[in-house]
Design a protein around this ligand. Structure first.
Ligand code: AMP
Length: 609
């Protein structure tokens, strides 16, 4: 059982878990029977951690301590412009340094984003374990194809913190294509258009004889359903400000309510032409309660979001052009992600590709299903499936003049490796600083810095004489490692770019331990609750029988003793409950059951008598 591998789609808005059972990939429903679980984490007033639907249900009243769309922040720096922009419309607070990565403050405690994502992953793990009736410790987790190294590394860290061995990270559109092609004997070139809650990806794949080869991939990790919601929120806020001169954004609870209705209206408009937005008592002014009421039409929504849809189409156009792929050569278009339910998006995709998108896949489930297929293929010895993915970004180092020298270009199939020999640029130069970057700009500073290291101990010599070989490797997860070798001494100064998630190894270890403790704690408390509920039920039943038992035994010495004993059993149980003493409550359950049976016996006897 523990060898079972689950596939997890860790989404911006919702997450989904699947497994291959008897050769068929299936989505595992959560306790409520839903196939997807909100990727939301909250800390309640009593300090309890809430994940999924339960976190979503309390989001309005606990907006400051409820995190949603954490995926938009994973592996990012807190002071980067996209993060700043994303934070404008959320109720929770981010901590500004001393760390580079984004950290969130909930009830005075600081959490890293991999920790928040880990809670969601842990929930998905639990859903699978409850369904399968055993532990699951291996997973394939999906990420947007356009995630960079830092974001992938941070997702892997989240898996570790959740107690999962993430055996592979795969790209969401690739996973979708796996599910689409699974079990079909097809040879086809397909496009996967994936617009989820936070990110957009487009991938072109060749499928044939069990081989899934990605030819090209592109995207935008800050373009998704959240942006559509934000347009509706802005429209509502603007309208309200015009009428009442009040900025609703200042009120965290109002903002969360706006977010809720905006998303709801957006989803409704995928099937209806108009959506009523009604928020009574949204805010008060001078003691008077104000209400918000508007009608949003589908046309208006399309107008408000036209540029976002255009951005998606432009990325498709660009990726086809860069990869030299003719639109006519694409035989099917697969839609993935909840946002692709919007009719205007479907129309724009159909118009761009010149064909109706494929209807046979479920946009919310297909990614998790694909991840589970890959998980099972990786653990089966006789799997005939081969997945060839690509790196979405070019990889290189900074060279003299601040230029970016590419060693691996984007859309190269992974895993891959590339080496290049560089020389010193100054006389008597004894060390080199190597800046590792990912991106497409020729200017190094415009690309994402993955890490840096210094190679020292080079021989003093005239410039250009000493040679250093730099080797880059990208694993099948898309994760990068780099090394540099002094060609004269052969000394490889063991250097690997790590910890790009922003967390140090020590921090991750501590979080892994803490999350284990938490699980143990949770389990213990669940057990206690069970004993407590049982004890309370027994006490109620016994107490309801007291008058009849007392009447039945009036005058008998034996009877008085039994009643006294019953009262002391109840007292002990109540003390145990109050002191949260699991052992004591467990023991009293037995004594209470004996007492109840005895009472029932007395009552039955008097009835017969
Ligand atoms: P995903 O990340 O794939 O779970 O996609 C979630 C995004 O899809 C969220 O922004 C949702 O609001 C959006 N979404 C879900 N259902 C619909 C719908 N019926 N119409 C429009 N958008 C939707």
């Amino acid at each position: 059982m523990s060898e079972r591998v689950i596939g997890i789609d860790l989404g911006t808005t919702n997450s989904c878990v699947a497994i291959v059972e008897n050769g068929t990939p299936v989505v595992i429903p959560n306790r409520g029977g839903y196939k997807t679980t909100p990727s939301m984490v909250a800390i309640a007033e009593n300090g309890k951690r809430l994940v999924g639907h339960i976190a979503k249900r309390q989001a309005i009243t606990n907006a400051e301590h409820t995190v949603y769309a954490a995926k938009r922040l994973i592996g990012r720096k807190w002071n980067s412009p996209p993060v700043r922009q994303a934070m404008e419309s959320v109720g929770y607070q981010i901590s500004e340094g001393p760390h580079d990565d984004v950290r969130i403050v909930l009830r005075n405690q600081t959490y890293s984003i991999p920790e928040i994502s880990a809670y969601v992953l842990q929930e998905m793990k639990l859903i699978a374990e409850e369904h399968l009736g055993g532990t699951v410790d291996k997973a394939v987790v999906t990420v947007p194809a356009y995630f960079n190294d830092g974001q992938r590394q941070a997702t892997k860290d989240a898996g570790r913190i959740a107690g999962l061995d993430v055996i592979r990270i795969i790209n969401e559109p690739t996973a979708a294509a796996l599910a689409y092609g699974f079990g079909k004997n097809i040879e086809r070139k397909v496009a996967v258009f994936d617009l989820g809650g936070g990110t957009f990806d487009i991938s072109i794949l060749e499928i044939g004889n069990g081989v899934f080869e990605v030819i090209s991939t592109a995207g935008d990790t800050f373009l998704g359903g959240e942006d559509f919601d934000k347009r509706i929120i802005d429209w509502l806020v603007f309208g309200f400000a015009k009428e009442h001169k009040i900025d609703l954004r200042r009120d965290k609870m109002a903002l969360q309510r706006l977010k809720d209705v905006a998303e709801k209206a957006k989803c409704e408009l995928s099937s209806a032409k108009e959506a009523e937005i009604n928020l009574p008592f949204i805010i008060s002014q001078g003691g008077e309660a104000l209400h918000l009421q508007r009608t949003l039409t589908r046309d208006k929504l399309e107008e408000l979001t036209a540029d976002l849809i255009e951005r998606c189409v432009n990325i498709c156009r660009k990726t086809l052009a860069e990869a030299d792929i003719e639109k006519a050569g694409i035989e099917d278009v697969i839609l993935v992600g909840g946002m692709t339910r919007m009719p205007k998006i479907q129309q724009s995709v159909a118009q761009f590709f010149g064909m109706e998108p494929c209807k046979g896949v479920h946009p919310d489930e297909v990614v998790a299903l694909g991840a589970s297929i890959q998980g099972s293929a990786l653990t089966e010895t006789d799997s005939e499936m081969l997945l060839l993915d690509v790196t979405p970004h070019s990889l290189g180092i900074m060279i003299v003049g601040g230029y970016f020298h590419r060693l691996i270009i984007q859309n190269t199939t992974v895993p891959t490796q590339a080496s290049h020999i560089f020389t010193t640029v100054k006389d008597n130069q004894t060390s080199v600083k190597i800046l590792v970057l990912q991106g497409e700009s020729d200017r190094a500073e415009e690309n994402e810095l993955l890490g840096e290291f210094i190679l020292t101990g080079l021989r003093r010599a005239p410039k250009s004489e000493v040679e250093v070989e730099v080797t880059f490797e990208i694993s099948a997860d898309g994760i990068v490692s780099v090394s540099a070798k002094d060609m004269e001494t052969g000394l490889k100064q063991a250097i690997t770019v790590t910890a790009t998630s922003g967390l140090t190894e020590d921090e991750i270890r501590r979080m892994v331990e803490e999350s284990k403790d938490y699980l143990l704690d949770q389990k213990a408390s669940e057990e206690f609750e069970k004993y407590k509920q049982n004890a309370e039920k027994l006490i109620d039943e016994i107490e309801s029988l007291f008058p009849r038992v007392e009447a039945a035994i009036a005058g008998s010495d034996f009877g008085q003793d039994a009643v006294k004993k019953a009262r002391s059993v109840i007292d002990r149980a109540r003390q145990g409950i109050q002191g949260r003493d699991q052992q004591a409550v467990g023991d009293s359950n037995e004594a209470l059951t004996r007492t109840l049976n005895m009472f029932k016996g007395v009552v039955a006897k008097t009835r017969v008598g």
